[in-house]
Design a protein around this ligand. Structure first.
Ligand SMILES: Nc1nc2c(ncn2[C@@H]2O[C@H](COP(=O)(O)OP(=O)(O)OP(=O)(O)O)[C@@H](O)[C@H]2O)c(=O)[nH]1
Ligand SMILES: [Mg+2]
Length: 301
């Protein structure tokens, strides 16, 4: 008899309320900046896939948008996207921020308890709880005997990754072979990643509703010998946001460009020339055709 562990492979959904730390965890697991992160909620839109290849398993992590109730504008897509990521998952990781409101956290747990997919409760951002304070939903975890792990991806990323993997790996289905070429660590294209880095800089530099009505379209991506030339359009849904995105004497768009260029250069490992333009497409967040073209359509397969 052999004591060798079986090979496992499967999809693991990272779900939770906006801002729970899902994308931060995905990046820590892959040790690569695959998914954009910001202090504002509802940063992630289309799912982001990160593939962890090990000798004993292939874990396909799927970072989803935060769970929402609203269906206005792009929110319907965000809701449908989370639902689809959950449906296709072999294991669901429910990320519950230590400071998350009780009601919404319990609602997510009830939904997972009612379903058939194995799931793991992960309490994130525990560093923000001082001393003996506990999360508001702690009683629910206790009363329902829900096992959970507590992590701080910001303060102790390596420990967080190990904790999560130790819970997730045994729940994955056994598999004869990996699901994806083990050379791959993501299914995102370089263009998608570049567009997201630009969007991240927009999330950091723009306030109120503006980043929520903004998408990025890569119009040109040209690798030359010593430099990569990239031209992107910042697609906004209101004409009167244009001047704000550009800023006084172009200061805002310049700052967005500088921040995004640094991220892209780190990712590509080349020098980058990044050109940004603003394009107004009134009401694009309610226009299925434009949303699809920008990548905001739930994948069929
Ligand atoms: N204090 C603390 N902050 C964290 C931790 N993990 C993530 N954050 C911060 O929380 C904010 C949200 O993180 P994200 O990873 O973008 O959260 P998300 O769940 O992907 O958010 P959405 O995509 O909007 O649903 C960012 O400012 C992160 O830096 C943590 O362990 N501790
Ligand atoms: Mg996210």
């Amino acid at each position: 008899m052999t004591s060798e562990k079986p090979y496992r492979a499967g999809f693991v959904a990272l779900v939770g309320q906006p801002n729970a730390g899902k994308s931060t965890l995905l990046n820590a697991i892959l040790n690569e900046k695959l998914s954009i992160v910001s202090a504002k909620p509802q940063t992630t839109r289309a799912r982001v896939t990160g593939i962890l290849n090990r000798d004993d398993a292939q874990v396909v992590f799927v970072d989803a948008p935060g769970t929402l109730k609203s269906t206005s504008g792009i929110n319907q897509f965000l809701q449908d996207e989370v639902a689809d990521v959950m449906k296709k998952a072999d294991v669901v990781c429910a990320l519950l921020a230590a400071d998350a409101p009780e009601e919404a956290s319990i609602e997510l747990m009830k939904q997972l308890q009612a379903g058939k997919t194995p799931w793991v409760a992960i309490v994130t951002k525990i560093d923000i709880l001082g001393g003996t304070r506990t999360p508001k939903f702690f009683t629910y975890l206790m009363e329902n005997s829900i096992p959970f792990v507590s992590i701080s991806t910001a303060k102790r990323p390596q420990e967080a990754v190990e904790e999560v993997l130790s819970r997730v790996l045994p729940l994955l289905p056994e598999s004869k072979a990996p699901l994806f070429d083990p050379e791959l660590y993501t299914t995102q294209t370089v263009r998608q990643i570049v567009a997201e880095y630009v969007r991240e800089a927009c999330f950091d530099r723009l306030q109120q509703e503006i980043p929520y009505g903004l998408a990025v379209r890569v119009q040109e991506f040209k690798e030359e010998e010593t430099i990569t030339k990239i031209r992107c359009e910042l697609v906004i849904d209101k004409e009167n946001h244009k001047a704000i995105v550009i800023g006084a004497k172009g200061a805002t768009i310049k700052a967005i460009g500088m921040q995004a260029r640094e991220s892209i250069e780190r990712f590509l490992g080349t020098k980058v020339f990044l050109e940004l333009h603003v394009a107004v497409q009134e009401g694009w967040t309610k226009n299925p055709r434009i949303m699809k073209e920008l990548g905001y359509v739930v994948a069929k397969n």
